[in-house]
Design a protein around this ligand. Structure first.
Ligand code: FES
Ligand SMILES: [Fe+2]
Length: 434
């Protein structure tokens, strides 16, 4: 439970807010690269409550600039992409990806006025299908060598989706290992049909069966240099322990296992205080991903251009009471992403954390909130928050490990570490590229 003041402090990320200052010290997903393909790569973007325009110039460089022209405020989302930048259609001012004003055609010849104005802009970097932007002061931090950034493009797939709620409740579902036994419960294990994201047997028991039959995990939380590592332990019998290792990474990403050979890194990025995007990079270790099939599966769940889910509040998320009785816990179909969306949107635009009652099974959520509040305080005190890496510190940070496996009831800690080493050994891209 938080006080009303803490809840405000931790959820609001607009310009000038404490959490906004903290978030702006990290790279933020701003768009998928696929949104900037085609013959006019210009798109309005709302990010941390700021109205912006992202574009790709003729040289393939990405720029993220304030949406309203610094001359007289016209909307640059309607700009002309030409002559090495984005040109405002009102009076023809031309801006480069770094916000430099390159031309002011209506000013008298010889005027140097253009050297004295600048369109506010943020630097961008593309990583495996996502354009990240740095909206903070000073030099941007380096990217850590995490698997989702280091893996070659062919081993990754990126996508996004809009949720109508504050980013923090979206993030908190990613650090809540207990919910999967309920929210994502399927009453039967049909590998073909049920639980699209939970396919694959972990040794002899399917993940859906483990989640359904062992619904009281022991949760252990450990602070790390990238955030927190969460172990959810389900004792299957005297000899065997089901181990699921997930992570929260500063400031707002969760890293979770998808299958034996794939992890998911998911950022929960504020559009504004009551809307957010999840951005995901799926990272495969063994074989290249089938991007076309993955894209086809996900693109049919959203509407463009905003990647808003087709199942949403307006159509009750596809809720079917017969299905809820006989097949799934929610009655909202097989896509666990829809279940999560319902859970977090149903908490309201900004979840009121003064009214909750956190139990032992919520300890990872409590740890994550502490981590955030400490980071916010650090920035307020003028300190560097954690994981804002300077070149050189970034190379040592790999992983983080997302694993779902079964080990011995005693000594299970060695199992996931061994499993991780095994995965690194057989990782096709790690062998080739590290
Ligand atoms: S308002 Fe953009 S050029 Fe005048
Ligand atoms: Fe979930």
């Amino acid at each position: 439970m938080l006080t009303a003041e803490q809840n405000e402090r931790i959820t609001r990320t607009g310009p000038g807010t404490p959490a906004g200052a903290f978030m702006r010290r990290y790279w933020q997903p701003a768009a998928l690269t696929e949104e900037l393909e085609g013959n006019r790569p210009v798109k309005p973007v709302r990010l941390l409550g700021e109205d912006l325009v992202i574009f790709k110039d003729e040289a393939g460089r990405y720029g993220l600039v304030h949406r309203h022209c610094c001359h007289r405020g016209a909307d640059l989302a309607y700009g002309r992409l030409e002559d090495g930048g984005l040109r405002c259609p009102f009076h023809g001012w031309l801006f480069g990806v770094d916000g430099a004003c390159l031309e002011q055609p209506a000013e008298p010849p010889g005027s140097d006025f253009k050297t004295r104005v600048r369109q506010p802009s943020y630097p961008c970097v593309e990583k495996n299908g996502i354009v990240f932007a740095y909206m903070g002061p000073g030099e941007p931090p380096a990217f850590p060598d995490f698997d989702c950034f280091s893996a070659p493009d062919a081993y990754t797939f990126a996508f996004k989706g809009w949720w109508e709620c504050n980013w923090l409740q979206a993030m908190e579902v990613g650090v809540d290992p207990a919910h999967a036994s309920f929210l994502h419960r399927f009453f039967e294990d049909d590998e073909e049909e049920y639980g699209q994201q939970f396919r694959g047997k972990t040794r002899s028991v399917s993940v859906t069966q483990v989640l359904r039959e062992y619904d009281c995990p022991e949760i252990q939380v450990e602070n790390t240099d990238y955030g927190i590592r969460i172990a959810a332990l389900r004792r299957l019998d005297d000899a065997r322990m089901h181990i699921r290792i997930t992570n929260a990474m500063y400031p707002h990403a969760a890293i979770i296992p998808m299958s034996e050979d794939m992890t998911l890194t998911q950022w929960h990025v504020p559009i504004d205080d009551t809307n957010c995007y999840w951005y995901s990079i799926f990272t495969a270790y063994g074989t290249k991903v089938d991007k076309a099939t993955m894209h086809e599966q996900r693109i049919k769940t959203v509407t463009l251009p905003d990647y808003r889910p087709i199942k949403n509040r307006s159509n009750d998320y596809g809720y079917d009471p017969d299905e809820q009785r006989s097949r799934t816990y929610t009655g909202m179909g097989m896509d666990i992403n829809v279940h999560d969306q319902w859970a977090v949107e149903s908490q309201g635009p900004i979840h009121d954390r003064t009214r909750e009652n956190l139990g032992v099974s919520d300890k990872a959520i409590a740890a994550y909130r502490r981590m955030l509040l400490n980071g916010i305080k650090a920035v307020e005190k003028g300190e560097e928050p954690p994981l804002t890496l300077r070149n050189g510190d970034a190379a040592g940070l790999t992983g983080p490990v997302g694993i779902d496996t079964i080990g011995p009831a005693e000594g299970w800690q060695d199992t996931w570490r061994a499993h991780e080493r095994e995965r690194r050994d057989r990782s096709a891209w790690a062998r080739a590229d590290w």
